[in-house]
Design a protein around this ligand. Structure first.
Ligand code: THG
Length: 281
């Protein structure tokens, strides 16, 4: 199955058999105080700098999250989208819990975005599926619903199935639903990563949809997050993860390595090219 996203002109194809597409996570004010202060002053220089460095480091799509306390995201999200699209041609992933902000951003956006995210709650489905249909956007479906978050992979699979079914009924194409199995901190729950891996495997084998997750979530609260994220990334890709939301400056090498060992990089061309691009001039 292929999910196609678009920037102003550039198309990015996310294929369930890879190679992996990286959604850059860094335009996100969580723990980036400077991003909050610059955005509050309508200064987009840091956003543009983060966009450029992530693309250079291997991001194919950019996650755009401008949520912080007190923000008017119905105004700020579309402004940020316009700024990004004036300078870059990558497709965008609109990361906001506010359906009005997502709709406002879709209104000004060129190409085909990914809405981040819809979940199995009735309120979420009812608010966002019609918007995705109207603007021709793809959606990320989070495996949680009105009962909250379950730790049973079969139940997460069932929620994914429900979101897909509801999306189809709303007129959204099957391939435009990307599933997020939920990735959570392993420091808080020793089984958290196993539950995610098992859900990825089930969604890949039984539904065949593209799969994303916040790849850095798992290492919150631990040292050497980079090693932990890289180990988990390889296992998740083997099981069916196709478009992680991650920090490309830290994860692209591991992603290229995983694609290579999984037979998706003939003659190691992309692996070697990435290695060379990272050598000091
Ligand atoms: N699923 C979906 N969307 C998501 C998430 C998800 N969006 C938000 C989040 N989770 C993914 N994005 C981030 C962004 C930043 C970090 C983690 C997840 C992060 N940042 C470093 C930190 O906090 O220390 C900043 C430093 C760095 O660049 O490494 O960890 O799960 N659908």
């Amino acid at each position: 199955m292929q999910t196609i996203l678009k920037g102003k002109t550039r198309e990015v194809i996310i294929d369930t058999y890879g190679p992996v597409i990286i959604i850059g996570e860094s335009i996100n004010p969580t723990r980036r105080k400077k991003l909050v202060s610059t955005l509050q002053e309508n200064d987009f220089s840091l956003v543009l700098e983060l966009a450029g460095s992530q693309i250079k480091a291997g991001a194919d799509v950019l996650d755009v999250n401008v949520g912080f306390p007190g923000v008017d995201d119905v105004k700020l999200l579309p402004e940020t989208v316009k700024e990004l699209q004036d300078h870059f041609d990558v497709p965008l992933c609109l990361d906001s819990p506010n359906p009005h902000a997502v709709e406002a951003a879709l209104k000004v956006s060129a190409g085909k975005c990914l809405i981040n995210s819809v979940n199995g709650e009735e309120k979420s489905l009812n608010a966002l599926l019609p918007v995705a249909k109207e603007y021709g956007a793809a959606i990320i479906g989070l495996c949680m619903d009105d009962d909250g978050i379950t730790h049973d992979p079969e139940k997460r699979l069932a929620i994914a199935g429900k979101i897909i079914e509801r999306a189809l009924r709303a007129g959204i194409k099957e391939e435009d639903v990307v599933i997020d199995p939920l990735a959570m901190a392993v420091s808080a729950d020793p089984n958290a990563c196993l539950v995610t891996l098992e859900t990825i495997k089930l969604v890949h084998q039984k539904l065949g949809h593209n799969i994303t997750h916040g790849a850095s979530n798992i290492s919150f609260g631990l040292p050497d997050r980079e090693s932990l994220n890289a180990a988990f990334m390889a296992l998740a890709i083997y099981n069916g993860l196709t478009c992680p939301i991650a920090n490309p400056e830290k994860i692209t090498a591991a992603v290229r390595a995983a694609d290579l060992v999984l037979g998706r990089d003939d003659f190691a061309l992309r692996f070697v090219e990435y290695f060379q691009s990272r050598q000091p001039q």
